[in-house]
Design a protein around this ligand. Structure first.
Ligand SMILES: Nc1nc2c(c(=O)[nH]1)N(C=O)[C@@H](CNc1ccc(C(=O)N[C@@H](CCC(=O)O)C(=O)O)cc1)CN2
Ligand SMILES: Nc1ncnc2c1ncn2[C@@H]1O[C@H](COP(=O)(O)OP(=O)(O)OP(=O)(O)O)[C@@H](O)[C@H]1O
Length: 187
């Protein structure tokens, strides 16, 4: 696959994300949809993220979840992410790539649901991140061990007609946008 195609689509989706109007209204709707989804999965371990670079903020829905919440930590460039437990209010630290995550003292846990930050997505579960392959490696590792629900969290503006799929791409199971919680139509 031509890697420049993915980077062009990534740039297009990130520009659309940066141009979203009425973000607060959209994020409130997205969080309501995510909270309703999480309410159908009480007590399970949910991985969220602390937004960077204009990503939609899932923390309002996470803070209402009945079970444990964890956040991703970059361990090494080509390695899966680790997830550390985060209780709202716990101190966080900054990581090398502009991330914010719990300190090493926080317990490592395995999520049942992963809320995935996105540059772009399509209607078939295709997703684009920042190009590190972190979520691909992480979802692959988690799915080898147990079922996991990958839930994309993004503005409608980040929707792309079709994202090319590589062998290592791990699909989303659901996508939450301001218009609702969308299940993936598999071909
Ligand atoms: N909020 C949030 N947290 C997250 C992620 C995320 O996408 N969003 N991650 C999801 O993976 C991990 C961090 N991944 C990142 C991957 C790449 C870059 C980055 O700056 N990439 C450069 C390109 C580097 C290169 O050329 O190799 C860039 O975008 O300019 C930053 C974070 C873990 N935490
Ligand atoms: N399990 C894996 N093993 C080896 N290489 C992988 C694996 N998963 C992804 N990669 C590689 O990582 C690179 C980046 O992948 P891709 O462009 O899909 O990143 P992304 O999905 O945008 O990033 P992220 O997953 O961090 O959100 C690709 O070259 C891909 O081949």
């Amino acid at each position: 696959m031509d890697p420049s195609l993915k980077s062009a689509l990534r740039a297009q989706a990130l520009a659309a994300r940066a141009a979203v109007q009425n973000r607060d209204v959209a994020e409130a709707a997205m969080n309501a949809h995510l909270a309703a989804l999480l309410a159908r999965h009480p007590e399970v371990v949910v991985a969220g993220y602390v937004p960077m670079r204009g990503e939609a903020d899932p923390r309002p829905a996470l803070s209402g979840h009945s079970g444990p919440v964890c956040l991703p930590v970059v361990m090494a460039p080509a390695a899966p992410l680790a997830f550390r437990l985060w209780r709202g209010g716990d101190a966080l630290e900054g990581g090398a790539l502009g991330t914010t995550h719990p300190p090493e003292s926080a317990p490592v846990v395995t999520p049942d649901i992963v809320v995935v930050p996105l540059a772009g997505f399509d209607g078939s579960g295709g997703r684009l991140g920042y190009g590190g392959g972190f979520y691909d490696r992480t979802l692959a590792q988690l799915r080898r061990a147990a079922p996991v629900l990958a839930v994309g969290f993004a503005f409608e503006a980040q929707r792309l007609p079709l994202i090319p799929v590589e062998d290592t791409d791990e699909p989303l199971d659901l996508i939450v946008t301001q218009s609702g919680c969308h299940s993936i139509a598999r071909a």
